[in-house]
Design a protein around this ligand. Structure first.
Ligand code: HEC
Length: 112
């Protein structure tokens, strides 16, 4: 009698895991994986963007774009298209308008 109960528990645990994996995927903003592939080489971990932005005199906490809450989507969009300082402009051939909008929304935490 013991084995079937344990199997049932395992089945429930697996079902719960599968459900939370689906829920987590649904919560993840689409801009995050795009940001990682298109901008992450400079703006994540030890990227050039992180170290240069961290060296700005006013505030060393500005290095990681993903950790900031002071950026609007429009600012991110315009900076990416125009380039700034040591950052080259990102063309539509590299990142489409739609992709850049998703990225900007993600980095700005939804602030237009
Ligand atoms: C080749 C490396 C590189 C890539 C790729 C890159 N950036 Fe940058 N980015 C930089 C550097 C370096 C700076 C700092 C420029 C400076 O002040 O000289 C910067 C600055 C910025 C800033 C300005 C932040 C501020 O506080 O003024 C934003 C916004 C930004 N990047 C967004 C993006 C987005 C979005 C992408 C991807 C679509 C991207 N960057 C791709 C290197 C890069």
């Amino acid at each position: 009698m013991k084995t079937p109960i344990r199997l049932q528990q395992i089945a429930w645990t697996l079902a719960a895991c599968a459900f939370s994996a689906v829920a987590a995927a649904a919560d993840a903003p689409p801009g995050k994986p795009l940001f990682t592939t298109r901008c992450g080489m400079c703006h994540q971990t030890n990227g050039m963007g992180v170290s240069i932005l961290s060296r700005r005199p006013a505030d060393a906490s500005k290095g990681l774009l993903e950790a900031r809450d002071d950026l609007s989507a429009e600012f991110v969009y315009v900076v990416a298209r125009m380039g700034t300082g040591n950052m080259p402009r990102i063309s539509r051939a590299e990142v489409s308008d739609e992709e850049l909008r998703e990225i900007a929304l993600y980095i700005s935490r939804g602030k237009p």
